[in-house]
Design a binder for this molecule. Structure first.
Ligand SMILES: [Zn+2]
Length: 122
């Protein structure tokens, strides 16, 4: 449901959308599946999905066939995909793109140097 939110898909979306939750998965134990008609996911959006679901995989389906399969990947730096939660951060006052370095402890803002958890950036 968070993924749908990131994709701005709600009851007004024109295409067909299917959400299946708690499907048994060999790799993960269980998984959720979202099927969206008429929506292409660009790299920036894929990075946002990685924040919510780091183990997600995406299949591009055309004419009932999977034509592309890829796992979302967390990049080393998130550029312009999240807002800095620090209200005093310069990125919240000036029009500059946000950059978060992906570190072990979390995501470090390139401007105020504070470290945040993934759920704080969503
Ligand atoms: Zn910041």
């Amino acid at each position: 449901m968070k993924v749908l939110k990131v994709l701005h898909i709600d009851e007004n979306y024109a295409g067909r959308v299917a959400l299946v939750m708690n499907v048994p998965s060999k790799k993960m134990g269980k998984k959720d599946i979202v099927k969206i008609e008429g929506r292409h996911i660009d790299d920036k959006t894929a990075n946002k999905i990685a924040l919510i679901a780091p183990h997600a995989s995406m299949n591009l389906i055309k004419n009932f066939e999977v034509i592309e399969k890829k796992d979302v990947k967390m990049p080393a730096v998130l550029v312009d995909i999240a807002v800095c939660p620090n209200p005093k951060c310069v990125t919240n006052f000036e029009k500059i793109e946000t950059r978060f370095a992906v570190e072990k402890q979390g995501f470090r803002c390139g401007h105020c140097e504070r470290v945040f958890k993934a759920n704080e950036l969503i």
